[in-house]
Ligand binder design. Sequence first.
Ligand code: F42
Length: 331
Amino acid sequence: MRFGVEFVPREPFWRTTLYVIEAERLGFEYVWVTDHYNNRNVFTTLTATAIYTRSIKLGVGVTNPYIRHPAATASAVASLAEIAPDRVALGIGAGDRATLEGIGIEIVKPLPAIRESVHIIRGLLAGNPVSIDGSVFKVKSASLNFKCRSYIPIYIGAQGPQMLSLAGEIGDGVLINASHPEDFRYAIEYVRKGVEKASKDIKNVDIVAYTAFSVADEEAKAMETSRQVVAFIVAGSPEAVLERHGINLELASRIRGLIVSGRFDEAFKSVTTDMIDAFSVSGSPSSVAKRIEECLKMGVTQFVVGSPIGPQPYEAMKIISSRIIPMFKAV
Ligand code: F42
């Protein structure tokens, strides 16, 4: 099992860079940086971390085909790979609806948009001239003016069934935004469908658990730290997902209403332990290790610890490095 860590570049770049230097020292194999227009830019963040690290893989986790044309994304990742050869991975997804709509960008035909984006990006990175008369992208003839000398695996950030299958079909990997084994059971079934459609071997697809995570020796403290992130996850979760975890729909919609109206404290207070259990991996080292084990059994091949990581992120990364990663080294 590979371990990664996710950072949302909300903090000054030097803090994220220090976290990534520490993550590399502690044995994390991947760092994934999220991409939302209102946070620091994912490519400048990854460039800074590339310069101060030697081996940790640098993942765009994840961009989308609407904020930037796929040909421009190809140029950005190829440029990053020139700075950090053979260390870059590209994650692309439909984009966060609320964030994009906030700047007037509509998510249109997400499935063809992702399929066509991957076609354009893969072609450009391979050094081929690309033309496509797609239902979202029309490209007469595109090519990069420089060679990309690294292979850059393309991961699809996916949650819906059709996107999950598309990820299995065309992706080198899939980043599944979830924290509970039942969600991975559900998701991997669809990924498998796409893998079979492309007559691929699922062993060649990196199945990534992109979790909300919090670990501390004190279970209650770890759980408490996830409360805020879980409130936003509950607010954004489709009813089918809430029902899968037996979450009270009325309470979930109350939390959604509180968040939309900016009454965050009340929203956070309304989060239940069941919600924290369903939408995060939170607790003591032994309880999170048990959850990771369950995800492994579902077919997860990379486990990404996402925000908040723990009450003290540095302490939490040290706990993961010394008491959790070694448990899964051999598997
Ligand atoms: N989003 C960001 O903006 N930034 C990030 O850094 C980020 C990180 C991230 C990491 C992992 C991950 O899994 C997701 C992440 N996301 C991030 C969220 C991601 O960008 C998407 O918002 C999220 O994955 C939800 O999208 P989805 O994969 O579920 O796809 C959506 C669009 C969806 O509704 N899919 C449906 C499905 O079944 O998969 C199909 C929707 C569809 O195709 N509808 C058609 C249409 O044309 O709209 C019509 C209906 C039909 O069936 O044809």
